[in-house]
Design a protein around this ligand. Structure first.
Ligand SMILES: C[S@@+](CC[C@H](N)C(=O)[O-])C[C@H]1O[C@@H](n2cnc3c(N)ncnc32)[C@H](O)[C@@H]1O
Length: 257
């Protein structure tokens, strides 16, 4: 009876964590694109002196980066699953990531200043479409890997059924044949594709890009340890930019899993 109650509690926790993540993900679109539905956005009138605002923004991004990368490492997972149920580990990671983002969105400080502003209608449309494509690519890449595992729902569901968890296999379906990190490529498009680039937006885009490039090094180190075949994949498929005219070449003849 107690076991069943515990499983239902863990499942509810996973579901709530997922819903919080999903709401944060949708809010992120409004935050970055300064859409009217978002009460706090990337750009706006500066409220604090430049250097104070800059310091706060860098600190907020650093908090997210440390949380997101540290808690994803296998050694950290092994350590803290002494206290957190292994079935709830991924949901807790997702919840903490969402909380770090909510903190960032709540206290973000606009810096003002304009780097570029494209007034040409076609140019604005192309950049808007690229921004939208970036978000779609991020979501699509989660489906290719396993959306429900990435966000912890598969783990809490299997636990509810009393079925042992099985690790995801290494696979290279769809866009993973063209680049090794389609999801991160999507983030690059979301962060850089804007018709109006303010100093605030540029800071956000530069720092998140540096973070993604560093996170790729850590992620690939773990992938190489867990899946020896990743070395072969890495030598054949580009990291972020697809080779022109080279799907077969890039995929190196691999079959989709
Ligand atoms: C947020 S996802 C990002 C995946 C990938 N870096 C991308 O940009 O599309 C991170 C998780 O995906 C896993 N992962 C990355 N590439 C993978 C692949 N080809 N097959 C299975 N899992 C993968 C990593 O181990 C990590 O747990």
């Amino acid at each position: 009876m107690f076991t069943y109650f515990k499983r239902i509690s863990i499942f509810s926790y996973g579901l709530i964590s997922y819903l919080i993540f999903f709401a944060t993900f949708v809010y992120s679109i409004g935050f970055i694109a300064n859409l009217p539905f978002a009460p706090r956005t990337l750009d706006g009138e500066p409220r604090l002196p430049f250097w104070t605002a800059l310091g706060i923004d860098v600190l907020l991004l650093a908090i997210f980066a440390v949380q997101h990368s540290l808690m994803a490492r296998p050694a950290f997972k092994a350590w803290w699953t002494q206290w957190v149920s292994p079935a709830a580990e991924r949901s807790t990671y997702v919840l903490f990531s969402s909380l770090a983002l909510i903190l960032l969105y709540s206290y973000w400080q606009p810096l003002g200043g304009e780097i570029w502003n494209i007034e040409n209608r076609s140019g604005r449309l192309v950049l808007g479409a690229t921004f939208g494509f970036g978000w779609a690519l991020v979501f699509y890449a989660t489906l290719l890997i396993n959306h429900f595992d990435l966000f912890g729902l598969r783990q809490v569901w299997l636990n509810l059924l009393g079925t042992p968890y099985t690790e995801l296999e290494f696979k290279t379906p769809g866009a993973y044949k063209l680049v090794r990190h389609p999801l991160y490529l999507g983030w690059f498009l979301c962060f850089w594709a804007t018709p109006t680039m303010s100093a605030t937006h540029l800071l956000f885009a530069v720092l998140t890009s540096i973070y993604i490039l560093a996170a790729i090094q850590l992620e690939e180190r773990d992938l190489l340890r867990a899946h020896p075949e990743y070395a072969d994949y890495r030598s054949q498929v580009p990291m972020l930019l697809p080779r022109i005219g080279g799907r077969e070449k890039a995929a190196g003849g691999r079959e989709a899993a």
